[in-house]
Design a protein around this ligand. Structure first.
Ligand SMILES: [Zn+2]
Length: 460
């Protein structure tokens, strides 16, 4: 595989195909080559379709980032932090779980059990815009469970703020909707909330936007929040709020059943109904915020000189695709509980994000101050066997002996730190699966995302 990748980079896709796809007995059969590039060998489409997929898979492989050999250790990472000035930080659920915020998309939080008890087949339905417009009570009866308390942020959030204070934070792209980056003091201008957040809420009818906290009481009381602007201006024109078509095969009525309007009445006694407020988190069926693409293409992709990924397994587009559009010499550092393979990182620091952030700061000559980091806190760093760039970062036993409360001891089970697929990804894969019984193992999100990047970056 390494030999093939090297060859691919050296000769380009077309020459690579010419050299490797042939009837010559010394060369590789197309289906074997397909297996090398991730196409299921048991899947037997016709040759033309297989070739199309193979070409796409090879294109994808040719875009995959290559590891830089000069960066390998935690000290290399600390040195990079100290010397780079335009750091892109990509974050996910793992940076908030030490606060006890459940990764509500993972199966073992109890959230999904509640969803099932409400008669919804899938947890994702709570975050489906069509479901919401059809019946917002389901979302409102569950949203209290995922509402951030907005009083605490984690040491990792403090670390991102520290990078900003040191003048090194280019942009923080977060997949989290808890808005704790803002609580920690990360500048709004340097923060991209890829999946939106609870920071604001918008009326589904008139698009009136309010600070998110104005609807928190309703969310906590499990009461559907109504738009005050609609109430004050009942004649305001309504804005179509549902740009995409409904899913095929849906038998649901188009009319919103929760609206009290009655087509059969003569209208004489109708009271105009205010619209429903929705937190500005990105639901299934909604576009990602434009700010993501604009910020990445116009500000970041040429300026970034270090990428730091924390607390996410990077399985979710669009963040999973970003490294492919950055210059190849930009170093990439990964911080999470478990290693990842589908993106080549230069350094992987495996442990609680809070612990790794603490140690990176210490080695960079900074102090990360946070109530959850006790005085005298120490970690040990051990190499992962068989790997030159992976390191386990664990709290020292002495922390426990001295009675110190470590961030880890407040965290949930080890599994709770694992980032899980976002609604966007889950839905995409569900749709994909319903279309094709055996989806090829290549770029499931490409169709949706590549056009955006291509538009902004002019890449083929
Ligand atoms: Zn309204």
């Amino acid at each position: 595989m390494t030999r093939l990748r090297t060859e691919l980079r050296a000769v380009g896709i077309d020459n690579f195909l010419r050299r490797n796809l042939s009837s010559q007995p010394t060369q590789m059969a197309p289906r074997l080559l397909g297996t090398v590039f991730g196409i299921d060998p048991e899947w037997l489409p016709d040759d033309a379709f297989h070739f199309l997929l193979l070409k796409k898979a090879i294109e994808r492989a040719s875009l995959k980032r290559q590891k830089l050999p000069q960066y390998n250790t935690i000290d290399d990472a600390a040195q990079l932090l100290r010397t780079r000035r335009n750091i892109m930080v990509i974050t996910g659920a793992g940076i908030s779980t030490s606060l006890g915020i459940p990764d509500f998309r993972s199966k073992n939080t109890g959230f999904y059990d509640k969803v099932k008890a409400m008669g919804l087949a899938e947890g994702e339905e709570v975050f489906d815009i069509h479901e919401f417009d059809h019946d917002p009570t389901k979302f409102y009866s569950l949203a209290g469970d995922i509402l951030p308390d907005l009083k605490r942020f984690s040491p990792t959030h403090a670390f991102i703020k520290l990078l900003q204070d040191e003048g090194r934070l280019q942009t923080n792209y977060t997949q989290n909707i808890d808005n704790l980056e803002q609580l920690a003091g990360v500048d709004q201008a340097r923060l991209i909330q890829c999946h939106g957040s609870f920071a604001t809420a918008t009326c589904r009818k008139c698009r009136h936007q309010v600070p998110g906290r104005e609807i928190f009481d309703d969310i906590r009381a499990k009461r559907v929040s109504r738009c005050k602007s609609c109430l004050l201006n009942p004649t305001k024109p309504t804005v179509p709020s549902n740009p995409r078509k409904r899913r095929k095969g849906s038998t649901r009525p188009q009319r919103h059943v929760w609206e009290d309007s009655d087509d059969e009445s003569d209208g004489a006694y109708d009271i105009p109904q205010p619209g429903v407020m929705k937190p500005d988190i990105t639901f299934f069926g909604e576009q990602l915020p434009d700010t993501f693409f604009t910020r990445f293409s116009e500000h970041d992709c040429k300026a970034v000189d270090l990428v730091l990924v924390m607390g996410t397994s990077l399985k979710v587009a669009p963040v999973s695709e970003m490294s492919r559009y950055l210059p190849p010499q930009v170093p990439h550092v990964y911080v999470s509980r478990e290693p990842i393979k589908h993106v080549n990182f230069d350094i992987q620091l495996l442990g609680d994000c809070d612990h790794v952030a603490f140690e990176l700061c210490r080695r960079a000559g900074w102090t990360l101050k946070h109530a959850m980091i006790p005085d005298g806190f120490k970690v040990k760093v051990k190499p992962v066997e068989g790997s030159g760039e992976q390191w386990r970062v664990l709290p020292r036993e002495s922390n426990k002996k001295s009675g110190a409360v470590t961030p880890a001891s407040r965290a949930g089970t080890p599994g709770s730190l694992r980032a899980s697929p976002s609604p966007l990804k889950v839905k995409a894969s569900v749709r994909e699966a319903s279309r094709s019984p055996r989806p090829p193992a290549i770029g499931k999100n490409d169709g949706e995302l590549r056009p955006f990047y291509e538009k902004y970056l002019g890449k083929a």
